[in-house]
Design a protein around this ligand. Structure first.
Ligand SMILES: Cc1cc2nc3c(=O)[nH]c(=O)nc-3n(C[C@H](O)[C@H](O)[C@H](O)COP(=O)(O)O)c2cc1C
Length: 152
């Protein structure tokens, strides 16, 4: 089972997660999604694979940070979690208009590394409006599940 924990303000990350979800449903891959703001540390350990998804925001007043609600989960409530080798896939969003473009990627990678997780495939980075980029999301999903089979 794939467990996606995500958050969104404008709906962009939700759109990308929706594309992934549809792909999984069509392939018969079991997937659950949960909002970061509703997640507790132990939720990060659920399922065979964890996928973290969020945009890059100006959390704390400086740009290039995790979305505030993902930051509150990963660097707040779950700051002491041990992922114990869990496989984690990452989805980050951003916009080219900002100087620290797409930096959520680095913060998510750091979280996985610092908490004993195992990166699963390369992170998916979606710049600007995700509408029209569904093909990129599907290609990434295909690659990810190729790497994961037969675990899921
Ligand atoms: C106030 C604000 C700050 C942002 N800061 C950044 C940033 O530093 N770097 C970046 O690449 N994108 C930045 N973005 C763009 C968002 O990451 C992008 O629009 C994303 O698709 C939003 O997804 P979400 O609404 O699902 O969270 C910012 C957007 C806003 C509104």
């Amino acid at each position: 089972m794939i467990n996606v924990i995500f958050t969104t303000s404008t709906g962009n990350t939700e759109h990308v997660v929706g594309v992934l979800r549809k792909y999984c449903d069509e392939k018969g891959i079991s997937i659950t999604t949960q909002r970061a703001e509703e997640a507790q540390p132990e939720d990060l350990l659920k399922g065979d694979v964890l996928i973290l998804a969020c945009g890059t925001w100006n959390t704390g007043g400086s740009e290039g940070q995790l979305h505030i609600r993902m930051d509150a989960l990963l660097n707040g409530r779950a700051k002491d979690i041990d992922l114990n080798g869990k496989q984690v896939g990452l989805i980050a969003l951003g916009d080219e208009r900002y100087y620290f473009t797409g930096r959520a990627t680095e913060h998510l990678i750091q979280f996985v590394m610092n908490h004993n997780g195992k990166m699963c495939g390369s992170p998916l980075l979606i710049m600007n409006d995700p509408s029209g980029q569904e093909g990129k999301v599907i290609k990434w999903s295909e690659k990810l599940f190729h790497v994961l089979q037969p675990q899921i």
